[in-house]
Write a protein that binds this ligand. Structure first.
Ligand code: MLT
Length: 396
């Protein structure tokens, strides 16, 4: 008889965004005339940058000619992309990261979920509360427990390391779901703690492109000493509209080590490379050519303009909710607005869905400390965002 992995019974039966999609479909089926506006899952609505589209078309042609065809790509990703990443995302910002510390993948969600395979079963995990569910669920699926770092209004949604005894800490800034950002001092405190404790920080920087406030760190590697205690995940999903194309990368510094049972050092980049080369065959050539185009001058200008567009949506939502008397966080260096609804978050979600035909995300779906909040995503057309604001104003 086949026995299943019982750990799956310890996670919610459906992934948060699948549960929301289910409720939205049921509402649409019961109200076929309703024009539902989706400000729930952070999925992009604006098209890919023209520079990306052009590069991907050209890459298709590259695959067409005999002798020019590309088969399996290099395991860490093509050098043409990794070198651009190292230069533009790190070295041009004064951060010491080289191309051989970058591993291109099919997105940050997969890498964030898979990285825990490198660690012993009994490592202590800590995650923020509220939290992007992937960090928690992937650890629980393998039978690990975890502790929570409360992120609330009192700490500005940025917990400090005081009292944390974890071996692995997941941090995400700009934060999903709260939209809060961490200062360099706050991240430096985590890096100093991790180096002192020989712990590891898994830093999810999927939303770094939304940072506009000078001085807010874009990378954990802006902190002194981070290369001996941190791995960083980056994504092109929200940066360049790649949610459906799928591409991201993970930075694993060459000098980063963890420890074998006998206390000897084990290189984590070598382990991650081994894992990826066994279980993953890389993002497609066409995808990586598209990602490369983000780093051209045109690609940079075009993707920045799209992010500015979403940030303006975020400002409109933030101001509208504030005017309605709600306390809001995020929506400045982030596409997410975290609204204190002073009540049950699923009830509030249902009210907005049923009375305004607007989809949001209930804070409780991100953890206990998310109760009492909803998250509103700024990813939509201006027309839809303005209409959603108007409808929300009428029902609240
Ligand atoms: C979200 O809405 O939290 C994100 O779109 C989820 C993701 O990027 O996987």
């Amino acid at each position: 008889m086949l026995h299943v992995n019982e750990n799956y019974s310890k996670i919610k039966p459906t992934y948060l965004f699948a549960e929301i999609a289910h409720r939205v479909s049921a509402h649409q089926a019961a109200n076929p005339e309703a024009k539902i506006i989706r400000l729930g899952i952070g999925d992009v609505t604006e098209p890919l940058a023209p520079a990306v589209i052009e590069a991907m078309h050209k890459a298709v042609d590259d695959e067409a000619g005999k002798g020019a065809f590309y088969g399996y790509g290099p395991e860490q990703g093509y050098a043409f992309l990794r070198e651009k990443i190292a230069k533009v995302d790190f070295q041009d910002r004064g951060i010491d990261i080289s191309a051989d510390e970058i591993l291109v993948s099919d997105g940050a969600k997969c890498d964030c979920g898979n990285i825990q395979e490198l660690f012993a079963q009994d490592v202590k995990i800590a995650v923020g509360d509220p939290v992007y569910p992937v960090y928690v669920d992937t650890n629980v699926m393998t039978g690990r427990g975890y502790s929570l770092l409360t992120c609330d209004a009192a700490n500005g949604f940025v917990p400090g390391p005081e009292g944390c005894d974890a071996d692995v800490v997941y941090l995400c800034y700009p934060n999903n779901p709260t939209g809060a950002v961490a200062t360099l001092e706050q991240l430096q405190a985590w890096v100093d703690w991790a180096n002192a404790k020989k712990s590891l920080i898994l830093f999810d920087a999927a939303y770094e492109a939304f940072i506009r406030t000078p001085g807010i760190p874009h990378s954990i590697f802006e902190c002194r000493g981070a290369k001996t205690c941190a791995i960083e995940f980056r994504s092109y999903s929200k940066t360049a509209g790649f949610t459906g194309i799928r591409c991201g990368y993970t930075v694993v510094p060459k000098e980063l080590v963890a420890y074998a049972a006998d206390g000897s050092e084990v290189n984590l980049k070598a382990m991650w490379t081994r894992r990826q080369t066994t279980k993953f065959n890389g993002a497609s050539y066409i995808t990586q050519r598209g990602a490369e185009a983000i780093y051209s001058p045109e690609g940079q200008a075009q993707t920045k303009a799209t992010i500015d567009f979403y940030l303006e949506n975020a400002r409109l939502v933030r101001e509208a909710l504030s005017k309605l008397g709600y306390t809001v966080t995020g929506g400045v260096d982030s596409p997410y607005i975290w609204v204190d609804v002073k009540g049950d978050s699923w009830d509030f979600f249902d009210k907005l869905l049923k009375e305004a035909n607007v989809v949001t995300t209930p804070g409780a779906g991100f953890g206990k400390a998310g109760e009492g909040y909803i998250r509103i995503s700024a990813f939509n057309s201006r027309e839809n965002v303005l209409e959603a604001i108007e409808r929300i104003g009428k029902v609240l």
